[in-house]
Design a protein around this ligand. Sequence first.
Ligand code: FMN
Length: 192
Amino acid sequence: MTKTRKPTPKRYVLLNGSPRRKGNTAHAIAAVQKQAAQAGIRIKTFNLWDMDFVGCTHCDSCMKKPDKPGCKPKDDLNKVLKNVHKADGVLLASPVYCWSVSGSLSTALDRFYCFFKPEGSLLQGKKLAAIFTAGGDADDGADLCVSMTERLGKFGGMDYRGSMVVTSCGKPKETAKREDLSTLAADLVKNL
Ligand SMILES: Cc1cc2nc3c(=O)[nH]c(=O)nc-3n(C[C@H](O)[C@H](O)[C@H](O)COP(=O)(O)O)c2cc1C
């Protein structure tokens, strides 16, 4: 008798750049997590606003460590970078702030510099997707966040799987009741 092995679940690391624990982005993330759990995808979430970290200082010491992130500052983000290195995929999540991602996510992404070694990208082949919430329409900055994610994926040799964009967000309590959240989340999760 041959034993059939259960497939290993896909492991994603989610970097949440929203400062509001019960905000619009949190509701979008919850919708994705619900669908991902049903699909057997594991998501480990890091709430960047609860963490203490600095940006990239361009010291380049990481460039001398070809097989690991090797990022010099010993702060809370090191754990995130190590988890990203081990994961099958990365999920970015952020409110749109001034036609970009939030400062905390932007600062964390600067530290992704350590993955791009002279020998090649440590993110090569990893999946990449994103969740953005916006007060405006899709072309009021969410489009630029999506473009940034695509460019990051292209530069890092990653497998970009799409972005969930929740536009016209008002109060989080209203967002929680939106019927389109589960459809948008399902559309993203089927590609993860
Ligand atoms: C500082 C700041 C800047 C913002 N800039 C934009 C923007 O450029 N485009 C947009 O569509 N919405 C913008 N918004 C609205 C937020 O993206 C929206 O309310 C988002 O859903 C908030 O997510 P959160 O509840 O997780 O914090 C901005 C909100 C703030 C507080």
